[in-house]
Design a protein around this ligand. Sequence first.
Ligand code: KIV
Length: 367
Amino acid sequence: MRAALPSGTLEIEPRTEELPRVDPKLTRAFCRRGRREDKGYLPRWRRDATDFGPARRPRFPAGCHNPRMSNADTGGDDTRIGLAELAQMKRDSRPIVMVTAYDHPSARLADEAGVDIVFTGDSAANNVLGYADTTPIGMDEMVMLSAAARRGTHRAFFMADLPLGAFQVSDEDAVRNALRLVKEAGAEAVKIEGAGPMVSRARAIVGAGIPLMGHIGLTPQSVTMLGGYKAQGRTAAKARQLFADALALQAAGCFAIVLEAVPDRVAMRITEALRIPTIGIGAGAQCDGQVLVWHDLLGINEGFAPKFVKRFAGVAEETRRGLKSFAAEVRARTYPADEHTYHMTDAEYALFEAEIAPGVLVADDWL
Ligand code: KIV
């Protein structure tokens, strides 16, 4: 589960207060720009940020890894999915599969399963660190968890989240902390939540050469402002704001945008309008890709789950079964069995017995 959710379901009444209206001049400007893009026109600054050219999967010479990022587990496919391939997947209508992972073995399993994007989200806060929601997690924790997950990926595109407090204050903070995730954790891209003033952060991060994914709709870092874990964009005015936010993040240079807990038709119209991929979580089937939280999709989290969560495995149940069997066998002395046990020859054992016979071993020998 993404966070300790309030009782009830995600289907809570939409809020009644209006968000600020989108400036109609801005909307018209986006529409004009959209038409020019249909004819292949892109201003140079936007081309640089998000036009990655034909899909290429960069090949690295075998064994050519950043030693700080690598470990003994670097064998196998050294061809990574890159930004160009993700952009091409949208053009080809090939769904992008993204999953969160917060440690090395999980990331390795996701990579081996052929997931396209492995992502250390700030949902690590509630899924692995035991916080009630995502707000307390800090940069040091994110760097440590992301670096571990990054070492488990060899083929998947790897990204990490900027947590609350790491980018809201200033563009400088945003760039500094995004660079930490790139340099210290090996992230190939980062993600921030929000639009409005965060569009300037997006521009700054992309301007520093760091690929950025946006995230709008239900943004758990601002859960209090949103009035709880509720679906977003359920009125025409709020849907229009989401639409404008998505366009603004694209214009700022984001290479993709997460749409969380958004009505399917709103997500579909945003997906159609954007040149960059949308990744849905509770945003319907028409997004260019889907993301789920590791602990939700594998059934490690039990109990209440938001409407959009589907459990594809029952890992908690299987884990409990394994732990109960271990405890039962230890208590019955049936584990460890002979095949789990190291042996020594009778001759060596006889010598050992002689060495520890009373009067042979003196206290000094071990003090
Ligand atoms: O932190 C997270 O897990 C996320 C994903 C749901 C995209 O933001």
